[in-house]
Ligand binder design. Structure first.
Ligand code: IMP
Ligand code: MG
Length: 177
């Protein structure tokens, strides 16, 4: 049975709001006159993406992709596969991938390779959080919300074993398998 401690707040909802606004300004500036396709990685990015797109009031489309890398534990398995693929073609599109957290980097580098093979016009990454201390492969994050310490993060869409996604603040928890 896995267990976790009481969540402690790392970034409050007001701070998240300010950060998402800042990211929206950066993205709007770069995508002027374009019609990008935003691809959210399920499930962790859905809250962030919902807030972000409502601040990006220019023409864009939304897609989701689901990849499996995490089970109930907190380590990336390194065995990654696409569980639910894209419905829209991405060839020659401007693609912006929306991720909740870049940890080892294995998941996102797999996905970026997968998308590059489909020949988009451009491919960028927006991540709400980054845990650089855990990186195993290099990843360029074009738009970054927060750098986080080497702790397990939950809330604002992010889970521990499917729990705690609903927390409105970004929190950390101590977890045990
Ligand atoms: P990576 O392949 O190790 O970079 O893991 C990335 C994925 O693992 C993210 O998309 C998250 O879904 C999940 N993940 C990694 N660290 C955390 C965390 O601290 N909290 C919640 N999910 C995490
Ligand atoms: Mg994820």
């Amino acid at each position: 049975m896995s267990s976790q401690s009481k969540p402690r707040i790392l970034f409050r909802r007001e701070e998240i709001e300010t950060t998402v606004k800042r990211l929206a300004v950066e993205i709007k500036k770069d995508y002027q006159g374009k019609h990008p396709l935003l691809i959210g990685i399920l499930k962790g990015s859905f809250v962030f993406m919902a807030d972000l797109i409502r601040l990006l009031n220019f023409p864009l489309e939304v897609e989701f992709i689901r990849i499996s890398s995490y089970g109930g534990n907190k380590e990336s398995s390194g065995r990654i596969k696409v569980v639910q693929g894209l419905r829209s073609p991405i060839k020659e599109r401007d693609i912006l991938v929306i991720e909740d957290i870049v940890d080892s980097g294995l998941t996102i580098s797999f996905l970026l390779d997968y998308l590059w093979q489909r020949k988009p016009a451009s491919l960028k990454l927006c991540a709400l959080t980054d845990k650089p201390s855990r990186r195993q492969v290099p990843v360029t994050i074009d738009y970054l919300g927060f750098t986080v310490p080497n702790e397990f993060i939950v809330g604002y869409g992010m889970d521990w074993d499917e729990k705690l996604r609903y927390l409105p603040d970004i929190c950390f928890v101590e977890v045990e398998d």
